[in-house]
Design a protein around this ligand. Sequence first.
Ligand code: ZN
Length: 241
Amino acid sequence: MRYAILGDIHSNVEALRAVLDALDQQPFNGLLCTGDLVGYGASPREVIRLVRDLEPTVLVGGNHDWAAAGRLPLEYFNPFARDAILWTRKVLDRHDLEWLGRHPALVVRGDVTVSHGTIHDPEAFDYLQSAYDAHLSFSQLRTPYAFVGHSHVPVTFRSGTAVTYMIGDVVELGDAAQAVMNVGSVGQPRDEDPRAAFGIFDVKSRTLEVHRVEYDVEAAAARIREAGLPEFLGDRLRIGR
Ligand code: ZN
């Protein structure tokens, strides 16, 4: 079994198209989507359409998806994110908004758990960033593998007597009983690498590959400007922050 993993697309259709082109060269038989299809970027409709057509094996809702759908209060968001959520509500029709709010924050399927935020409190949409966060999540995790999003930074945690923290393009899980993996963000990377990120996880070899692909950042930034969204949301795409 080979899973393709993508998430935090954030209405960036240029980045998503580049990732889908790259996925054409990567055979996989399950697609896991870790949430946040919308928010920040200017192409929510196009992103929703593409993701629906992919028919993901698992699709969870992210905090921006839920907020656009009216399922999460806006006070949790910074002013830039709030502007983008209000704009997203305006440009999507009721059908798309309802669809965004329909996906649970955490899904368990076979040997994988998928959540946008943490495993231990998925609907709080907290970041899973530290070894301590991972420790709390491992205490609730019932499958060998978990994929999370939200932080937009690729990182893997392995369970064991001490939770280990790993980064890199190729991560081998070795004999760890469980692992929580974040493959980074398609549409708004924050690890100072502006390229779009996605993952391929091979269950048999227990290896995660984090792939990065160039895309037309200027086109995505221009679309954000033309939509009247905060200029900062385009600027940050250029630096990957
Ligand atoms: Zn996000």
